[in-house]
Design a protein around this ligand. Structure first.
Ligand code: HSE
Length: 323
């Protein structure tokens, strides 16, 4: 039997974009790679990359479990598989690493068995697994995704990101579990704050769809989650408030954090000033962080099918990185 390997390169994502809590997502030019093939013998799972040490490499592995969901739904019995994964996406920082893993696993498993499940079905499964459609939608479709989920069905519209949009991600060294960042949110909100967010989020979607970037400073404001999460990330309040004074179109918490994301116009001459401001503000609070300049990623998963036995997984990943 030839060893047919399916490699899937999946983009990271930022969720919420400020006011679009659990609704808006944007894919970013930072990637994870998931490779899957059918095993003759026993299942093997190899995870490469920073922070992967603690991730289970037995059948309790998330990628393995997600693959089995796909096989079960398709009525295919395939208990033994090889899985390899490498990720450049920092874990538990608000850049959608778990969503990328879920999407990579779904797409790789589905491709491995001839793609019986539709893209929409993969979106529904991914949303159920994550509990919200924002990160998985962006990783699955690329670009900007506006999505809703009523607990039964997820709907989405994909927007092409404005071409001049660039993002500065400031990624603190500490990890913040999504669950912890959701637990600090109040169960109820006022009508005033709800209206504020409906207005901001609607304006943001319209501004992004029409390329009206000058509206972003007002449209990226949020009252539903960021004010409560700010206590978990020293320096966040000041960065969100003052990034626009240092050349940003707006700054937000990326997903559940702790990464902070500032959007800028690619041609801005104030990028270095903004980066200095963000890093020095975090530094003042004793927070070590790294910065990355990222572009919106306009495509979803890239699939490569190979039976090449002459290269290692990491060589195939590096080939992708070079390309
Ligand atoms: N919308 C989610 C949140 C993203 O803000 O909690 C985190 O995965």
């Amino acid at each position: 039997m030839t060893e047919r390997r399916v490699m899937v390169k999946v983009p990271a994502s930022t969720a919420n974009l400020g006011p679009g809590f659990d609704t808006l997502g944007m894919a970013l030019s930072l990637y994870a790679w998931v490779e899957m093939s059918i095993a003759d013998g026993e299942t093997s799972i190899d995870m490469y990359g920073d922070g992967m040490e603690g991730i289970p490499q037995d059948k309790s592995n998330l990628i393995y479990k997600v693959a089995q969901l796909v096989f079960n739904e398709a009525g295919v019995y395939l208990p033994e598989i090889h899985i390899s994964m490498f990720s450049d996406i920092p874990l538990t920082r608000g850049l959608g690493s778990s969503a990328s893993a879920i999407v990579g696993a779904l797409v790789a498993a589905n491709t491995l068995i001839g793609s019986p499940l539709s893209e929409d079905r993969l979106f529904q499964i991914a949303t159920e697994l994550e509990g919200h459609p924002d990160n998985v939608g962006a990783s699955l479709f690329g670009g900007i995704v506006v999505a809703s989920w009523d607990g039964e069905r997820a709907e989405k519209v994909r927007l092409e990101p404005p071409p001049q949009l660039l993002a500065l991600a400031a990624i603190p060294q500490f990890q913040l579990a999504t669950e912890k960042a959701r637990n600090v949110l109040p169960k109820e909100t006022t009508l005033r704050d709800a209206v504020f967010n409906v207005a901001s989020s609607s304006l943001l979607v319209a501004a992004l769809a029409s390329g009206r970037l000058e509206l972003l400073p007002s449209a990226m404001r949020d009252r539903l989650h960021q004010p409560y999460r700010a206590a978990l990330i020293p320096g966040m309040d000041e960065i969100l408030r003052a990034a626009v004074d240092h050349g940003a179109l707006g700054a937000v918490l990326s997903g559940a954090g702790p990464t902070l994301l500032a959007l800028v116009e690619a041609g801005s001459v104030r990028k270095a000033e903004l980066e200095r401001f963000v890093l020095s503000t975090l530094h003042k609070e004793g927070i070590a962080a790294q910065t990355m300049w990222l572009r919106p990623c306009t495509s979803g998963p890239e699939i490569t099918v190979t039976d090449d036995r002459s290269t290692t997984f990491m060589e195939r990943v590096k080939g992708e990185i070079k390309a």
